[in-house]
Design a protein around this ligand. Sequence first.
Ligand code: NAD
Ligand code: TYD
Length: 340
Amino acid sequence: MTIIVTGGAGFIGSNFVFHMLKKYPDYRIICLDCLTYAGNLSTLKSVMDNPNFRFVKASITDREAVNKLFEEEHPDMVVNFAAESHVDRSIENPSVFLETNILGTQVMMDACRKYGIKRYHQVSTDEVYGDLPLDRPDLFFTEETPIHTSSPYSASKASADLLVMAYHRTFGLPVTISRCSNNYGPYHFPEKLIPLMIANALNDKPLPVYGKGENVRDWLYVEDHCKAIDLIIHKGREGEVYNIGGHNEMKNIDIVKIIVKELGKSEDLITYVADRKGHDMRYAIDPTKIHNELGWLPETKFADGIKKTIQWYLDNKEWWEEIISGEYQNYYEKMYGNRG
Ligand code: NAD
Ligand code: TYD
C-alpha cells in the first residue's frame, strides 16, 4: 500500500506519518508538503532515513508536480492534511486559505481521478458546523448538522468538503471526510492556544486570553485523531462523513490555568486581550457514528494528555525555540503587539 500524506510536515500530518510507519511497516508513506511557515522538516527528522518514507517538497496547488508524483508513485490512497489552518491568520489574509484549502483539494482530487485511487480522504474540521451556544450543553455537532461557517478558514474548509462530495457524486471518486475537534499534542505549532501558552509561560511572558476566556473547545489528543483516520481509510464507507471528538469540552481559561499550574507559574501571567473577530463560542462533537460503525473511542484522557504534551514541550525546547526565534516574532508582534 502506497499512501500520499499531504501536509505531513505539520502538526497532525506528522503525527499521522509516525503512526502509519510504526503500525504498517510494509506501507510506503510519501509526504507531500511545500513547507509553509507551519511545516518543519526537523519534525520529520526521525523518519527521513526510513526506506519506506519519502519526502517531496511541493505544493498541493502545483498540478504539474502533483501529477508527476502520481506517475512516479502510483498511490493507492491520498490523505489530505495540507491546509492553511490558523483562524487568526485567515482573518488577516484570507486569500491563501482559499488557494490552498479549496484549489489545492481540487488539484489533488483531479490527480486521483486521472490516475485512479482506492481512497481519497479529506481531513476536515468541526469548524465547518459553525458554533453552538454556551447555554445549550445538550447540543452537539452530528454529521447531519448544517454547514454554517464563521471564519475565512472554516469557510475554506467547508468549501473543500462540498467539492469532495461533488467529486464523489459526479465522478464516483471514492472519498471519505473526517471532521475533527481541536487537537493537542507533540509538534503543535506554537501559534495555537495550548503550545502558545506553554511557550509563553516557560518564558514568563503574558498569556493572552481572548475576550473573557469563556469559549469552549472539545480537545482531542492528536494520536486519537490519527487512529480514527487510520480506521476510516481502511474500514470507513465511501462517500461518508465521520465526526471525530472525545466529549472533552473545556473553557479556554481553564486550559490556561491548568498549564500555569502544571508549570508552577503564577496566574498573574494571564492577560485578557481583545477578542477574536467572529469568535466561535463552543464546539462539541457527537462521535456516535464513528463509534458505532468503526468502534473508535478516544484513548487518552485530557488530564494525561495535557501532562504528556507539557512534558514534550519541556523535553523538545530546541524544536519550538527555533520556531519562535525566527519569522514568528514578526507575526507575534503584529497579532499581539497592540491588542490591549
Ligand atoms: P498545520 O498548520 O500544523 O500543518 C499544515 C501543513 O500543511 C504544514 O506542514 C504546511 O507546510 C502544509 N501546507 C500548507 N499549505 C500547503 C500546500 N499548498 N501544499 C503542501 N503543503 C502545504 O495544520 P494541522 O493543525 O496539522 O492541521 C492539519 C489538517 O487538519 C488541516 O487540514 C486542518 O484543517 C485539519 N484540522 C486541524 C485541527 C487542529 O486542531 N489542528 C482540527 C481539525 C482538523
Ligand atoms: P486556536 O488554537 O487558534 O484554535 P481554534 O480557533 O481553531 O479553535 O484557539 C483555540 C481557542 O483559544 C479559541 O477560542 C481562541 C483562543 N485563543 C486565545 O484565547 N488566545 C490565543 O493566543 C490563541 C492563539 C487562541
